[in-house]
Design a protein around this ligand. Structure first.
Ligand code: F6R
Length: 243
């Protein structure tokens, strides 16, 4: 596990964009695993800037997103489909046909999760997976649990996640209660993983997830076992790591 400590959110975003940009240059038709949330927004902005400056070409890139709320239409501005177009895809030259987000409107969870897992396999797997880190250690929507979930599945969101995400909805009642998410096994199959984490409120979980015991009660802790993972965090998020 490599840890890259940046001064602040902007520097973290530039460093993460360096790694993703290098991936796109080295393998122009790579499969990027992408995340939503506040953590990667700066990284997407940096990648857009580099595209505009002519340094990056996404025309052959394919993408698979980690997760999507169940029951939220794509046009809803809180859907992850909407988020990705708004924050990234609309501003680069990626072919939208090559971008994939689980279909939250497919009511048959088993069918949709099997389709998504199969889709990732048919693309040859993920070359680089970008992740954020939840306050409870979740990655994707893999919440703390007695065991690690392997493949794409439907989850009931935890109260703490609903609380954290309600800031984007009119009220906590409007936050969907379920989501489709890649499993821990799906994530661990990515050839390379980059985690972006910023802010003091994440300091405790950074220490627990990356320097504590590996346990499904802290889902991100499994990343310690991955052969190629880089944590890009800012000083605030790194502040509780014993040095
Ligand atoms: C997003 C996702 C989540 C977030 C996590 C951190 O696709 O899967 O695991 O990465 O909740 O969210 P932020 O970055 O908003 O703190």
């Amino acid at each position: 596990m490599k840890i890259c400590v940046a001064k602040d959110y902007n520097e973290m975003s530039r460093k993460a964009a360096n790694i993703i940009g290098a991936q796109v240059i080295m393998k122009p038709n790579c499969v990027l695993g992408l995340a939503t949330g506040s953590s990667p927004i700066g990284t997407y902005k940096e990648l857009i800037k580099r595209y505009e400056e002519g340094d990056l070409d996404f025309s052959q890139v394919k993408s698979v997103n980690l997760d999507e709320y169940k029951g939220l239409p794509r046009e809803n501005d809180q859907s992850y489909y909407y988020f990705m177009n708004d924050n990234f895809f609309n501003h680069i030259n990626i072919d939208k046909e090559n971008t994939n987000v689980p279909n939250g409107m497919e009511p048959n969870a088993e069918e949709e999760c099997a389709r998504y897992e199969e889709l990732i396999n048919s693309l040859g797997g993920v070359d680089l997976q970008l992740l954020g880190l939840g306050h409870n250690g979740h990655i994707g929507f893999n919440e703390p649990a007695p065991q690690f979930d392997k493949v794409t599945h439907c989850v009931d969101l935890q109260e703490s996640t609903i609380e954290a995400n309600k800031r984007f909805f009119a009220s906590a009642d409007d936050v969907p209660r379920q989501a489709y998410t890649m499993g821990i096994g799906t994530i661990m199959n990515a050839k390379k993983i980059v985690v972006v984490v910023s802010g003091e409120d994440k300091a405790e979980i950074v220490n627990k997830a990356f320097f504590g015991p590996v346990t499904p009660e802290v889902p991100a802790s499994i990343l310690q076992m991955h052969p190629d993972v880089t944590i890009v965090c800012d000083e605030a998020a790194y502040s509780k790591v014993a040095r």
